[in-house]
Design a protein around this ligand. Structure first.
Ligand code: MLT
Length: 267
């Protein structure tokens, strides 16, 4: 319950001269986070409500949810279990991706001379990213095989509350253009199971729009939301009396066989 306060405290300490804002008891959990971070505009509170809702959990099998479950299975207390989960969320293939997306977009914009690029320029930049052996951040997913509904929810937010209010935003427009251009390019490589965007492909652009420009804080926001999902699941672990988790190991002979198969594939 106190995570928004902790996160807002860190935010203000790190980025806002160590000046702090008391919570407003009339506000809900998510809106209070926006308020304590220093954002009073109604639409930022609205965004934070959506952000805190869509990042809660996703099937319970992702790294942060599974880590909470794993560490909690040793009967480590919920604080320790959640802290372990946050170390997993910090990985670039997990929660850090929301920062990587915005950095990639800003890098693209800079390379293309600033302003709004064309779809052709974006397509060329995506191809260059892939040729350099890198991934297009925010695209692909371990289990999803279509556009992440959490991405669509953010597109809807942009359409309703930013464009719908007569404003536009270059970064959000680029997010949209990448969505139109990237999937066929990714599909054409024949190596990608899911060429569609996930939740991280949009979130940073919306935060930037409202002035939350400290992108190294984005994964913290993801973490505050994720606490709700993974700690609720930890309660279920206890209710259901789940045993300590211990996957099987493999023998040295098994390992040698695996390495041989990998080497064979590479040659
Ligand atoms: C998540 O919300 O954790 C991501 O979509 C990653 C996943 O579900 O594996």
């Amino acid at each position: 319950a106190r995570l928004p306060r902790v996160a807002a405290y860190i935010y203000r300490k790190k980025y806002k001269d160590d000046t702090h804002i008391e919570p407003d008891p009339k506000l809900d959990w998510a809106a209070n986070l926006a308020h304590m971070m220093g954002y009073e505009e109604f639409d930022v509170k609205r965004l934070m409500r959506m952000y805190m809702t869509i990042h809660v959990d996703h099937e319970g099998g992702n790294v942060s949810a599974h880590t909470t479950h794993l560490v909690g299975s040793a009967l480590s207390d919920p604080y320790l279990s959640f802290a372990a989960a946050m170390n997993g969320l910090a990985g670039p293939l997990h929660g850090l991706a929301n920062q990587e997306v915005i950095l990639w977009i800003m890098h693209m914009r800079e390379e293309l001379g600033g302003g709004l690029p064309t779809k052709e320029q974006i397509a060329a930049f995506i191809k260059k990213t892939l040729e350099e052996g890198k991934v297009v951040p925010g695209y692909g997913h371990a289990v999803l095989r279509k556009t992440d509904p959490r991405f669509a929810a953010q597109q809807d937010f942009y359409a309703r509350y930013i464009k719908g209010a007569g404003k536009t935003d270059d970064l959000c427009e680029i997010v949209q253009m990448v969505y139109e251009v990237a999937p066929p390019i990714l599909e054409s490589t024949g190596k990608i199971k899911n060429p569609w965007p996930n939740v991280d492909a949009h979130s940073g652009a919306l935060l930037m729009h409202f002035g939350v420009k400290e992108f190294d804080f984005y994964t913290v926001l993801f973490g505050v939301s994720r606490a709700l999902g993974v700690l609720a699941s930890l309660i279920w672990d206890r209710v259901l009396g789940h045993p300590i988790e211990r996957p099987g190991s493999i023998t040295t002979a098994g390992m040698k066989k695996k390495v041989k198969t990998i080497l064979k594939k590479q040659s």
